[in-house]
Write a protein that binds this ligand. Structure first.
Ligand code: CA
Length: 429
């Protein structure tokens, strides 16, 4: 018997934001959560780059004693790339991202953390927050200037003291090495969940729903029902036993949010280093990592290019098989539709095709739902994609019902502003 991680990752843009700047990654050796910031141009790039640099570590070749060093050096590379990108493009000035990564080798786990995304551990029926927020309000709490209760509604609760990204100051990560214990459930989330759903409610879901995917879905739903003011992303990893000596399980890694979409390709030069990094996140689990052969930064760009080339030529079949196990919900001829594959292109070659259309007209949907569909909603099975469609249908029916109930009543005055126009913004967001 050996250990592995049974995992799931889910995200939703939320009701107030115009794009999803969170990225999540879940695999049998690696869990990552990154919450990007820096406006519409920068936030999704920042979190995508963090995930892209870390995704290559999801392999069973790492030695336990190397785990922390690997995380540290790959995060340093992501940080350097963010600074480089920001220096090249004034629009990206101020971009940054939080980042939590858990990397496993056998029964050892290494964790690094920076920012205000959170890691929780459910063990023996008890949920504990493992990370400390690197936020201004956390500093005020720790220095006794405000209470934790006051922190919850503090006007500056989104101000972060430490992030990866556009800052010349040295990055300071919280680091830890831990045992992977069978039965442990790890949950990483962006503040889109922890900011609106109580730890007690989170604990109830994690205790009562054994399936990681279903638990992620429930948590995302709770954040949406609480108003969904921010992008919400949840990554769950359960430590389980497996008969497979390699510690692999059959599930393919799940990549969600900005890292899983091609928004980057639409908005900037797809040949840029960030574009390639973003595209690489859609590639299958990468080649085993070899520290000695690790390219220097100047050579890494070439390495990323070669990675794309390998994907197209040598690794094409494996890559194609992986992409075709994925699904997403988007639009087709004005209707909600399900696509098989991933919403990305490599070298102009689409990695998805239309799987099925629905009768749900996009124009009939509520504005909030229409905005959510601007970013493809990615899922790792057809049934999960159909569930997304059913959720849209249910919301549409509920909206119609509400309208019919309101018919005849005097309508409240409207200032015509778009819902969410007064959404709270993270500093630099
Ligand atoms: Ca956030």
């Amino acid at each position: 018997m050996s250990l592995t991680i049974s995992f799931a990752a889910r995200t939703d843009m939320g009701h107030m934001r115009k794009s999803n700047q969170d990225s999540g990654y879940a695999g049998s050796h690696l869990l990552v959560l990154a919450d990007g910031m820096g406006g519409p141009a920068g936030g999704d790039i920042a979190s995508s780059i963090a995930v892209a640099h870390l995704a290559v570590l999801d392999a069973d070749t790492q030695k336990p004693e190397d785990l922390l060093h690997l995380l540290r050096s790959h995060i340093a590379d992501a940080h350097a790339e963010l600074i480089e990108r920001s220096g090249q493009d004034a629009e990206l000035h101020g971009l940054g991202t939080t980042c939590i990564a858990i990397l496993r080798s056998g029964n050892k786990l290494a964790m690094t953390h920076i920012g205000d995304s959170r890691a929780y551990l459910l063990r023996g029926g008890e949920l504990n927050q493992v990370t400390t927020d690197h936020s201004f309000v956390q500093y005020l709490v720790e220095s006794g200037q405000i209470t934790p209760e006051q922190a919850e509604n503090h006007p500056q609760r989104s101000v972060l003291l430490r992030v990866l990204g556009d800052s010349s100051s040295e990055i300071v990560l919280d680091e830890s090495l831990r045992e992977a214990i069978v039965g442990d459930r790890w949950m990483l989330c962006s503040d889109g969940l922890s900011g609106v759903v109580s730890a007690q409610t989170i604990a109830e879901v994690l205790l009562n729903e054994p399936d990681p995917g279903a638990a992620c879905d429930q948590l995302v739903d709770l954040a949406l029902k609480a108003g969904g003011p921010d992008n919400v992303t949840v990554v769950i990893g359960d430590i389980v036993e497996t008969n497979d000596a390699s510690g692999e399980i059959s599930d393919v890694p799940q990549i969600v949010g900005a890292a899983a979409t091609d928004r980057l390709a639409k908005t900037r030069d797809a040949a840029s280093s960030a574009g390639r990094a973003n595209q690489l996140t859609a590639a299958p689990p990468p080649l085993p990592y070899n520290e000695d052969a690790r390219p220097h930064r100047s050579r890494r760009t070439l390495g990323i290019f070669l990675g794309i080339l390998a994907f197209l030529v040598g690794g094409g079949f494996l890559g194609w098989t992986w992409t075709q196990s994925q699904f997403y919900v988007s639009t087709h001829n004005g209707k909600v539709a399900i696509y098989q594959g991933i919403p990305q292109k490599i070298g102009g070659f689409s990695l998805s095709h239309l799987k099925e259309t629905t009768n749900l007209q996009v124009s009939d949907l509520e504005p909030v739902a229409r905005r959510r569909l601007q970013t493809p909603v990615t899922r790792s099975s057809l049934s999960e994609a159909r569930q997304v469609v059913r959720n849209f249908e249910r919301e549409h029916r509920d909206g119609e019902l509400q309208k019919s109930q309101n018919t005849g009543k005097s309508t409240s005055p409207s200032n015509g502003s778009a819902p969410g126009s007064s959404a709270p913004t993270k500093q630099g967001d």
